[in-house]
Design a binder for this molecule. Structure first.
Ligand SMILES: [Zn+2]
Length: 258
C-alpha cells in the first residue's frame, strides 16, 4: 500500500520547522559530442519533518546514489516522497528504486508522456518504458500547490511543458531542475534545450530573479544572485575525473574537469 503525502494546504501551516537541502549527487555543467552525459543534481530536501528526494539521476548514477543514501543512514524506503522535476531519463530513471513511496510530478509533465506529446515534439530523452510501467504510482501536482510544508510547486515550462521546480518558500531556495540548467545559461540568458517553448524557458529566468535568493540548478552547483543579478556560486566545483584508456600500450589518461 503506497504512502500518501498529505498536502499542508497552506504554506507555513505546520509552523517553523527545519528546512534545508543536501546535495546527494552534484549536477555537472558539461556536454559532449558523444551524446548527453546527463549528470544532473539529486538532492534531499528536509522540511517540516519530511524527507523528499528531488530527482533521481540516471542509471549511471545508481550505485553512487545508493552509496550516498547509505552514507546518510537513509533507507530509500524511509523517504516520504520523490519529486521529479521532469520526465527526462537523467532526472527520473531511478524511480523504480523507491518502491511504495509517492512519486510526485507535475500533471502537465505526466500528460506529456502518457499522451505521446513527447513524440510529436521529437523529444528523445523520455524513458517511456520506465514511466509507463510505473504510471499508476505517480501523484500529480499543480503549479502553486504546496505538497509539503513550506514548499511550493513552481511551473518552469520550456525545456519540457511540465518541467517544475520546488520553491522552499521560507528560505527562498529554488530547486530548479532544468528550469535553470546551469549558471552559465542563466548568466547569458540562454535557454535550456527547449522541447516546448524557448520563450517560456527564458521567461522563467525573470521569475527566478524576482523571487529566489538561492538557486539549485538541474546540472550545476547552487548559486545565489548578486545585487546586479549575476550568479555567485555557493560551493566549490565538484571534482570530476574522467579516465580514458587510449591504447593498451599506454597509461590511462586522467582528465580533471574542475
Ligand atoms: Zn531535461
Amino acid at each position: 500500500m503506497q504512502k500518501q503525502v498529505t498536502p499542508t494546504g497552506a504554506e507555513g501551516a505546520t509552523g517553523r520547522t527545519r528546512q534545508r537541502y543536501t546535495i546527494l549527487l552534484p549536477g555537472i555543467p558539461v556536454s559532449s559530442n558523444r551524446g548527453a552525459l546527463g549528470w544532473s543534481t539529486v538532492a534531499l530536501i528536509e522540511t517540516g519533518g519530511l524527507r523528499i528526494l528531488f530527482d533521481t539521476g540516471s542509471y549511471g548514477d545508481r550505485s553512487l546514489l545508493m552509496a550516498r543514501l547509505q552514507a546518510l543512514s537513509l533507507d530509500p524506503q524511509a523517504l516520504d516522497a520523490v519529486f521529479i522535476s521532469h520526465l527526462h531519463y537523467d532526472h527520473c530513471q531511478n524511480i523504480d528504486l523507491f518502491a511504495d513511496i509517492p512519486l510526485l510530478v507535475s500533471e502537465r509533465e505526466l500528460r506529456y508522456v502518457l499522451d505521446g506529446e513527447y513524440r510529436q515534439r521529437r523529444d528523445p530523452y523520455v524513458p517511456a518504458t520506465t514511466i509507463l510501467s510505473l504510471k499508476d504510482r505517480f501523484q500529480t501536482v499543480l503549479d502553486g500547490s504546496a505538497p509539503f510544508p513550506d514548499v511550493r510547486v513552481v511551473a518552469l515550462p520550456g525545456h519540457t511543458p511540465g518541467q517544475a521546480g520546488l520553491f522552499l518558500s521560507r528560505e527562498k531556495i529554488l530547486m530548479a531542475g532544468d528550469g535553470v540548467k546551469n549558471a552559465w545559461d542563466f548568466a547569458n540568458r540562454m535557454s535550456p534545450p527547449a522541447f516546448f517553448s524557448q520563450d517560456a524557458a527564458l521567461g522563467n529566468y525573470e521569475w527566478v530573479t524576482a523571487n529566489a535568493s538561492e538557486i539549485v540548478p538541474g546540472h550545476d552547483r547552487p548559486f545565489r544572485l548578486r545585487a546586479d543579478g549575476t550568479p555567485a556560486y555557493l560551493t566549490a566545483a565538484a571534482e570530476v575525473t574522467l579516465t580514458y584508456f587510449p591504447d593498451p600500450g599506454l597509461e590511462p589518461k586522467e582528465v580533471h574537469l574542475s
